[in-house]
Design a protein around this ligand. Structure first.
Ligand SMILES: Cc1ncc(C[n+]2csc(CCOP(=O)(O)OP(=O)(O)O)c2C)c(N)n1
Length: 796
């Protein structure tokens, strides 16, 4: 294993003493981080924490990398980056341990309020009112996620945003977010995770787009137990990537190889390469080789099971901290005594941080335990056995050295079960309710914005449609709206397949790229996953991306980052970050297996944390875009594929009117049966209702408008109270979104009390629709199906 060290790093810029001190400080950070890993593992093995994953073996590389992480930059990394966080001044030992213990207090655990496993970091992007902070002047950590390579599409987007800022004509309005797009996104990934499609799609997109993305691959040779020869072509990510490498006359990505134990060599390479990334926006990949993993993958197992004795021996010999120490001694940068003192001190610092974290984490729970045990102890019961049982429970809780909130609640519940008629039971129940209430804030908050930037708090403004308003095709309404929107809001961007030059396949953006610029309305490759990633990064940085997925059928390609990343951003950061992406797509009825999908059950179940808007026409769609753009919650808007050429009245106040979310609209009033639906299916239902009217059956048709949120004021229940019959119709599979609506109204709204006939769902067949109009007719619910179902209900 050859050395590539050079002792010259920054020698010219610093005095020898300055340089020496800086290196000793770096060594101190490295050994502190190593101690954190060692002690962290012990905390798990002794039962104080549930699981641990650590950054041992990657310390020196991350210290070198952190030197060039500047205010304004972003990191989109993964769970190995503790040293980077320490070296960047963004995490303390105490905070690290607070997360290991899952401390839900954001004052102690600022990364995720105890919601994420250890080493899943973040920094604050928005204030408590939902306003973006001056990210251009801060070091920014986008919140980590555990799905391997999930950080890659987001990293692309964070880097792409720099490109947007650099090209923007409105830079003076965006100064708090960016300094001329000079910001790099540092992305880290393990060598095995480069096997994921996410990695390859990101690298290709970065090579095409030319964005300031710096990818660091920590190559420790394994993905848990599976060696890299099973992961990567040629067993080397830099070798496999050769075709992506940028040449003088091509686009592409710069590729560098460094060794994880070579402090000076890495500093030198990173400095020059990252400066180039910053200036040119040409992406770079650093293949960091010869990384070790001294404690194995995680606390879940031991690496002796899959590493050979020779490999284990090699890892000891080439440990980066050991090598850094040797290099310092060889070059006279420190004496052995000095370094021993640093090491001893590190042990103390880490122990102290751990103790403080444990104290702060456990104090409020112990207080609860004391309160509960005292109350239990004082319970008044006549029965001596019960009395003894209660005393024992109280003692066990009081003596539990590591109580959890659940232990306290369970003990209270058990005590009430022992003596339900004791006068103390009421007090115990009250305490239980109080603690449950407190836990809601700690564990169940922030799925959506709760403050002023909640989409549910946007004031309703009705569309103004003059009585003599002309009719326009649906797509023309969208087109006129987007034109006005791009004039009014410099933060809005639109992109996707065929969105730029031809203005999307249904002409919503036709002619608008020419008017508003190629930098704001743009074409992308066919890569739904990274289209979503692009949107995520932009939204995190304060822009308002409208990312297009050409057809709803292809949303599945981009579903993972929406579900795992977008939907959890606000929740997993305890409200510190928001990711208001708007996914624009089109779906429901059209033709054949791949262009008529309406997998709404998939969407609503995978996307809790986003709003799901299902407008029946383009006037409603525009109102929804207006609502969403005033708020910080992410959303998907599914336009009706067969709606672009339907005639609608053009509202006058296109930029102002809003459609409130979670508020259904009664689009036909009736007395006998309530029919609940959304999107294209409503037109089928309207046809059926008109025909049923001739049989003197009066249908009330309700458009739910949004599936998430769903009928927040229970208007559907009011309709059911009147008609006493209800049917839920959509184009999803049986048990899909129609079943969800059924559950919401019949169970949650307690609609079962008002039924005179059995409630029903009417859905598509479980298979996809065959091609052609008959394929549609025999697969999706048609007007005759609706009529038959309603007649059957009336006959019951
Ligand atoms: C999508 C996904 N698949 C599987 C896992 C389980 N898993 C967690 S880490 C890991 C190995 C990752 O190895 P590598 O990328 O080399 O990173 P390292 O942990 O070695 O730093 C696996 C398979 C996961 N978190 N996400």
């Amino acid at each position: 294993m050859e050395s590539t060290s050079t002792l010259g790093y920054k020698n010219d810029m610093l005095s020898f003493d300055g340089f020496r001190n800086a290196v000793i400080e770096d060594y101190r950070t490295a050994v502190i981080s190593r101690e954190v890993s060692l002690l962290g593992r012990r905390e798990v093995l002794t039962g104080k924490a549930k699981f641990g994953i650590f950054g041992d073996g990657k310390e020196v590389a991350q210290i070198a990398m952190a030197k060039f992480f500047q205010p304004g930059d972003f990191r989109s990394g993964y769970y190995r980056d503790q040293t980077f966080m320490f070296a960047s001044g963004l995490a303390s030992v105490e905070q690290y341990f607070a997360q290991l213990y899952a401390d839900p207090d954001p004052k102690n655990e600022p990364f995720s309020s105890g919601r994420q496993m250890n080493a899943h970091f973040s920094t604050r992007f928005v204030d408590e009112h939902g306003n973006w902070l001056d990210l251009a002047n801060r070091k920014n950590i986008s919140s980590d996620i555990a799905p391997t390579a999930g950080q890659m599409p987001r990293g692309l987007g964070l880097a792409f945003a720099s490109r947007c800022f650099r090209a923007s004509r409105y830079q003076n309005q965006l100064e708090h977010l960016s300094h001329n797009g000079n910001e790099i996104c540092f992305t880290t990934i393990g060598d095995a995770s480069t096997s994921e499609g996410h990695f390859w799609e990101t690298i290709n997109a970065a090579g095409v787009l030319q964005v300031p993305l710096a990818v660091f691959v920590w190559d420790d040779g394994y993905g848990i137990s599976v060696p890299k020869n099973f992961q990567t072509t040629k067993g080397s990510i830099s070798a496999a990537l050769k075709g992506f490498q940028k040449q003088a006359d091509t686009n592409g990505i710069h590729i560098y190889k460094v060794k994880a134990w070579d402090y000076a060599g890495m500093c030198e390479v990173f400095e020059e390469a990252l400066q180039k990334v910053r200036e040119t926006h040409e992406p770079a990949l650093f293949h960091v080789e010869e990384v070790t993993q001294p404690q194995g993958h995680s606390t879940s197992g031991s690496h002796e099971r899959y590493k050979t004795p020779e490999r284990l021996e090699w890892e000891k010999e080439w440990d980066c901290i050991k090598k850094m120490k040797e290099w310092m001694l060889e070059n006279g940068l420190a004496s052995a005594e000095e370094l021993s003192a640093v090491e001893a001190e590190a042990k103390e610092i880490v122990k102290e941080g751990r103790n403080l974290a444990w104290e702060k984490y456990s104090a409020p729970i112990k207080k609860q335990a004391v309160r509960a045990s005292e109350l239990i102890r004082q319970s008044m019961v006549n029965d001596i056995d019960k009395y003894n049982q209660l005393q024992q429970m109280a003692n066990e809780l009081a003596n539990n050295k590591e109580p959890l909130r659940r232990d306290v609640l369970r003990t209270i519940a058990l005590a009430v079960e022992v003596a339900p008629s004791s006068p103390s039971a009421a007090e115990l129940n009250a305490l239980r309710q109080e603690l449950l209430e407190e836990s809601k804030g700690l564990y169940n908050s922030h799925l959506y914005n709760e403050g002023p930037k909640s989409a549910l708090k946007v004031t309703e403004v009705k569309p103004l449609i003059p009585f003599d308003a002309g009719s326009a095709n649906g797509y023309e309404i969208l087109n006129k709206y987007f034109d006005a929107l791009f004039n009014a809001n410099p933060k809005v961007y639109a992109f996707g397949e065929d969105v730029g030059y031809i203005g999307d396949v249904n002409q919503g953006f036709a002619g608008l790229q020419e008017k508003h610029g190629k930098d704001r309305i743009l074409d992308t490759g066919i890569r739904e996953l990274t289209i979503v990633g692009q949107a995520i990064g932009m939204a995190l940085r304060g822009l308002r991306p409208i990312a297009e997925i050409q057809y709803l059928d292809y949303l599945l390609y981009g579903l993972q980052p929406l579900s795992d990343d977008v939907c959890t951003t606000h929740f997993r950061t305890g409200g510190q970050q928001s990711c208001p992406v708007i996914i624009r797509t089109r779906g429901h009825r059209l033709e054949g297996i791949w262009h008529s999908g309406s997998p709404m059950g998939v969407v609503i179940n995978a996307l809790r944390g986003m709003h799901v808007c299902v407008p029946r026409n383009m006037v409603q769609a525009v109102g929804m875009y207006n609502t969403l753009l005033q708020a910080n919650d992410p959303a998907i808007v599914i336009e009706c594929l067969n709606g672009y050429r339907l005639k609608e009245k053009m509202p006058e106040n296109l930029l102002e009117y809003t459609v409130p979310l979670g508020i259904p609209e009664i689009i036909r009033e009736g007395e006998d049966v309530t029919i609940v639906s959304y999107g294209s299916t409503l037109r089928i239902i309207q046809d059926a209702a008109e025909r049923l009217e001739k049989e003197e059956i009066s249908c009330e048709i309700i458009d739910v408008q949004t599936l998430l949120p769903f009928d927040i004021h229970h208007q559907i229940l009011s309709s059911l109270k009147k008609t006493n019959r209800i049917i839920f119709v959509d184009e999803d599979v049986p048990g899909g979104a129609a079943a969800y609506m059924f559950n919401k109204v019949i169970e949650e709204q307690r609609g079962y009390q008002w039924l005179d006939a059995s409630p029903r769902t009417l859905t598509a067949k479980p298979h996809r629709p065959g091609y052609g109009s008959d394929g549609d007719y025999f697969s999706k619910p048609n007007a005759e199906d609706v009529i038959d179902a309603v007649r059957a209900m009336m006959a019951e």
